[in-house]
Design a protein around this ligand. Structure first.
Ligand SMILES: Cc1ncc(COP(=O)(O)O)c(C=O)c1O
Length: 280
């Protein structure tokens, strides 16, 4: 399988793609990223990803101007070159290279890395799968709304989850559920769909944004409000969303079975509607 990487205006071989040792992304996690889903060779939710990338780079004051058309072309080229059918595009922008010092120079030239990964998505067909999740304290920095590669707390949580045989680690702050290590979290109680408000305490997921539109267009009830760990355990249905996981059912949280360990009907309906909107 070919594996081309786009690195600073060049398409090169994966094994030849290298970054300077004083790149600030490498030394300080002074970098941002996006993961974009590709299904049947189609780039999904491009505008939302561009908007969030602009938000992240602006919040961190990167010296970065985004050429939306050029970036799209690069994505298309990589999909073709790498013969990608289903998978993700990974894009990372670092602030650039500088002699190691905490304070950054404002005129650095960002490093831009883009490549693709193959993925089998958890689609709502006969193989649709529900997973176990565990809860984990939200020990991240106070700006998870910026999509930075500063992900140590997320990787500790995700590894803990993986060691416990769980698919995802759901974060709690006090007794409030914020989101998860690599996804947004939703509960359903008495037909009401509930998720944490998109403030500075969570990442405003692109899949979350798209799903909210679907919820409204299907006449379902959405409450963007905080909910507790107890409400999570007692939910009728639980699911997570992300570009990599789409809508993935959670059928057990810690030792607590959700919906008797079965995928809920509203979750499945939402997943089908999301998939229909993707392949239309
Ligand atoms: C912490 C966190 N929250 C939410 C999400 C979901 O975001 P999106 O739907 O844009 O993939 C992600 C995705 O990586 C994430 O890392």
């Amino acid at each position: 399988m070919p594996r081309y990487v786009y690195l600073n205006n060049k398409y090169i071989n994966y094994k030849d793609a290298h970054i300077h040792i004083e790149d600030r992304g490498f030394q300080f996690s002074d970098s941002v990223y996006e993961v974009i889903k590709v299904i049947k060779k189609k780039i999904l939710d491009y505008d939302f990803h561009v908007r969030r990338l602009k938000y992240s780079t602006k919040e961190l004051n990167f010296n970065f101007k985004l050429d939306k058309k050029k970036l799209y072309k690069i994505f298309i080229n990589l999909i073709k070159k790498n013969k990608l059918n289903n998978g993700t595009i990974y894009l990372q922008v670092t602030r650039g290279v500088q002699n190691r010092e905490h304070a950054y120079n404002t005129n650095l030239k960002p490093n831009i890395i883009i490549y693709t990964n193959y993925k089998n998505f958890n689609l709502p067909n006969k193989n649709y799968k529900g997973f176990k999740a565990i809860t984990y304290p939200d020990i991240r920095w106070a700006r998870p709304d910026i999509k930075t590669t500063s992900l140590l707390a997320n990787i500790l949580a995700a590894t803990y989850a993986s060691n416990k045989g769980a698919y995802e680690a759901i974060f709690f702050k006090g007794n409030i559920i914020t989101e998860a290590a690599h996804s947004n979290v939703w509960i359903i109680k008495k037909n009401k769909i509930i998720t944490h408000p998109a403030n500075k305490e969570i990442l405003k997921g692109v899949t979350r944004t798209v799903l909210i539109k679907i919820i409204y267009s299907n006449g379902l009830i959405l409450k963007e409000k905080k909910f507790t760990k107890k409400e999570l355990y007692n939910a009728d249905e639980v699911f997570i969303t992300s570009s990599g996981s789409l809508i993935t059912p959670i059928i057990q949280v810690d030792s607590c079975k959700i919906n008797n360990g079965k995928i809920g009907t509203i979750t499945k309906t939402l997943a089908l509607n999301l998939y229909k909107s993707i392949i239309k």
